[in-house]
Design a protein around this ligand. Structure first.
Ligand SMILES: [Zn+2]
Length: 378
């Protein structure tokens, strides 16, 4: 049994949001090029994934929304479809219309499904889908660059396969609202989201007080970080709360979202993590999956808007941890040369960049939030 599997980039059609969009269509190319140049993957570790079918997408989405997206995808210029698009969250600044979107989004969902199936069927202990992590998509609408919610599709498939306790952990700088929404009333899924303060950061949800509803009361955890938070308090709060939460919940499968937009160079948010925290999150995820889930761990990508300077190193490290490879001493010089022009300047030479400090007031504020959350976990 392969220890870990990585979704094959060649099986991924383009996820298109237009030429000027921060969620760039080619954002995974520098990542896979880096993984290849550093010699971090063998052919036997790559898996291709078919597009999610309509019935698989229906695990997360209203069939009328999927049917509309299929039509829009094939006739993106059609004026009547464009008029209806805002009903489904499309045709907005965040979610512009482009040809082929149904296929691109179905591929991301199919890839997360393939990861879950590989792990549940025992073909791998863990699997990574860098094209997934589209955590904002809602049942009948696109939201925040996310058309189909691959995570909800994958977690529902795991429940349908017989699991009764799945933990979802979201490290993206934005609240994992779409996944939380899907499972807020479902006690079988614990959703945990670490994100920037909803008072200042889109989508404006994810407070400590939000704990789920009805039968799912208690199965939602949110830890918002003050703007300007750095590695120190982020790592401390994540580790302390996640160890406590999973010790109580005892999941059978861990699903993680590794958005790398909490990085200090990310243009869309204001946390100040270095890449060391992304390595830390991957190592912690793996350790906790080992402790509670017999190692069963499915990881996804997510947000991240420095496609050359940050995303490739961040997610290459997730894969290194998952596949139990050690961190190379340097970022491959040929890779840095190949991508520096598109990046607009020299690329980092090391996987771990220099951490930035945070002010004491922020650490103290985050500690208070952590204590409130720990009191909730009990
Ligand atoms: Zn994000």
């Amino acid at each position: 049994m392969a220890k870990a599997l990585l979704i094959d980039a060649a099986s991924l059609p383009v996820y298109e949001l237009g030429p000027e969009h921060p969620f760039a269509r080619d954002r995974l190319r520098p990542l896979y090029d880096l993984i290849e140049r550093q010699g971090l993957v063998e052919q036997s570790e790559l898996i291709a994934a078919p597009l999610a079918t309509d019935s698989e997408l229906a695990l997360a989405h209203d069939p009328a929304y999927v049917a509309f997206m299929r039509e829009l995808s094939a006739a993106a210029e059609d004026p009547a479809l464009r008029r209806r698009a805002p009903t489904f969250g499309m045709g907005t600044a965040d979610n512009p219309i482009a040809a082929g979107q149904h296929e691109g989004a179905s591929a991301a969902a199919g890839a997360s499904l393939a990861c879950v199936r590989a792990v549940l069927e025992g073909r791998a202990r863990a699997a990574f889908n860098p094209s997934g992590g589209l955590h904002h998509a809602m049942p009948a609408a696109a939201s925040g660059f996310c058309i189909y919610n691959d995570l909800v599709v994958a977690i529902r498939a795991a429940l349908d396969a017989g699991l009764s306790r799945v933990a979802y952990v979201d490290y993206d700088v934005h609240h994992g609202d779409g996944v939380e929404h899907a499972f807020a009333e479902d006690p079988r899924v614990l959703t945990v989201s670490y994100h920037e303060d909803p008072r200042v950061r889109w989508p404006g949800t994810g407070y400590v007080e939000d704990r789920g509803r009805g039968a799912g009361k208690g199965s939602v955890l949110n830890l918002p970080f003050l703007s300007g938070s750095g590695d120190g308090s982020w790592q401390h709060c994540v580790e302390t709360s996640l160890r406590a939460a999973l010790a109580v919940f005892k999941p059978e499968l861990l699903v993680t979202q590794h958005g790398c937009d909490p990085h200090y160079e990310d243009p869309l948010a204001d946390l100040r993590l270095s890449t060391g925290s992304f390595l830390f999150a991957a190592q912690l995820s793996q350790e906790l999956a080992g402790e509670h889930c017999a190692g069963r761990w499915v990881a996804s990508g997510g947000g991240g808007y420095q496609p050359y300077r940050v995303l490739p190193r961040a997610w290459a490290m997730v894969w290194m941890v998952m596949s139990q490879r050690s961190l190379p001493s340097e970022v491959d010089a040929g890779w840095r040369q190949a991508w520096q022009e598109l990046s607009g300047g020299p690329l980092p030479e090391r996987f771990l960049d220099t951490p930035r400090s945070e002010i004491a007031q922020i650490s103290a504020g985050n500690e208070k939030t952590l204590q409130r959350l720990l009191a909730e976990i009990g």
